[in-house]
Design a binder for this molecule. Structure first.
Ligand code: GLV
Ligand code: MN
Ligand code: MN
Length: 337
């Protein structure tokens, strides 16, 4: 199947293990060049905007956008983002209407879709994003596809712990002010703060230790904090419990009722189970929805217990093919509305 071959081609860019197309990088640029050629081959008129996003317009309904992102986390999975772009090119190319889009830098704060939604830029009427679920719900429900109800709110920031660097051999334990020990306690405190709030999660994914010598007591540690919650109030409570200044915050956002209904109607018409679920991951669809675009997402069942942001990310060829068909048909439903 062409979609699977194209996912393999994108996955190979940047070298392994896993997908390595972080934003910004030569690997991300190459993925955009490859996708641009696929859009042209599908008969789309391709433009690259100032942020580097790709927009491929077909002959009709340019205001119905379909797409996702092409960047990846380090050592990411085969499907995250890439599936939504490859499927969009396929669906728009097949339908002969709509616009396929590929966004830059979703993993580092949706920089491409935010730039696309900047004030005074023309926005589409609809945005559809096909994505892997990245969680276990659909696999456990035995459903190949799911319709997204809402996207969680999330915020990212940093905590810096200061200590006193010193000699690892000569400084008695009682005299130490070790910033990494303080950071370890902080990480446990962050875990407990999230565990105490229904639906909240928090992650320290990056730890930078200075000066970083194996025989030097750490003097300074910088921790990244990623905090998420299904509603704004819980996110506020989580952030104040953690005590982190956030450089970036994205509010929880509901998906469009019209787009949800179009996906649900298409699933029902095919006799497929209808599972509706919220997304714990952030997505470009959330940025477009917050900007006022009627946006919706279709999830494809993730296998392997829903693992994602990992080379073990997996969805079956059959589920992917079905998802592309449902996406193309839903594009038709909305474009005709
Ligand atoms: C995007 O993948 C996120 O971090 O939710
Ligand atoms: Mn993604
Ligand atoms: Mn991701």
């Amino acid at each position: 199947m062409r979609v699977i071959e194209r996912l393999d081609e994108l996955y190979a860019i940047g070298g392994g293990p896993g997908a390595n197309r972080p934003h910004p990088s030569a690997a991300e640029d190459l993925a955009f060049d490859v996708a641009s050629a696929w859009m042209t081959e599908a008969g789309l008129a391709v433009e690259t905007d100032a942020a580097g996003n790709l927009v491929g317009r077909s002959g009709g309904r340019p205001d119905v956008w379909v797409g996702s992102h092409l960047d990846s986390v380090p050592q990411g999975g085969r499907f995250d983002g890439a599936l939504g772009v490859v499927a969009a090119i396929e669906a728009v190319g097949r339908a002969g209407f709509g616009t396929a889009v590929a966004f830059r830098g979703e993993e580092v704060g949706c920089v491409g879709s935010r730039a696309m939604c900047a004030p005074s830029r023309p926005l589409p009427a609809f945005f559809l994003e096909l994505h892997v679920e990245q969680g276990p719900v659909l696999e456990r429900e035995g459903a190949p596809l799911g319709v997204v109800t809402a996207i969680v709110g999330y915020a990212r920031g940093e905590l810096v712990l200061e200590g006193r660097p010193g000699h690892a051999g000569t400084t008695p334990m009682v005299d130490r002010d070790d910033a990494l020990v303080a950071a370890a306690e902080e990480i446990l405190r962050i875990r407990d703060a999230a565990s105490a709030l229904e639906g909240a999660v928090a992650t320290v994914g990056r730890v930078e230790v200075e000066p970083g010598g194996s025989n030097v007591i750490p003097g300074r540690v910088r921790l990244s904090v990623d905090a998420r919650a299904p509603d704004a109030e819980t996110l506020d409570r989580l952030l104040s419990a953690i005590g982190v200044e956030t450089a970036q915050r994205t509010e929880p956002v509901a998906m469009s009722a019209r787009v949800r209904t179009a996906f649900v109607d298409e699933l029902s018409a095919r006799g497929l189970p209808v599972v509706e679920l919220a997304s714990g991951a952030g997505h470009d669809a959330g940025i477009l929805a917050a900007a006022g675009v009627e946006s919706g997402m279709l999830f494809v069942r993730s296998l392997n217990d829903g693992i994602s942001h990992s080379p073990d990310e997996l969805s079956s060829d059959e589920d992917v093919a079905l998802a592309v068909d449902v996406l193309a048909a839903t594009l038709g439903r909305l474009a005709g509305s």
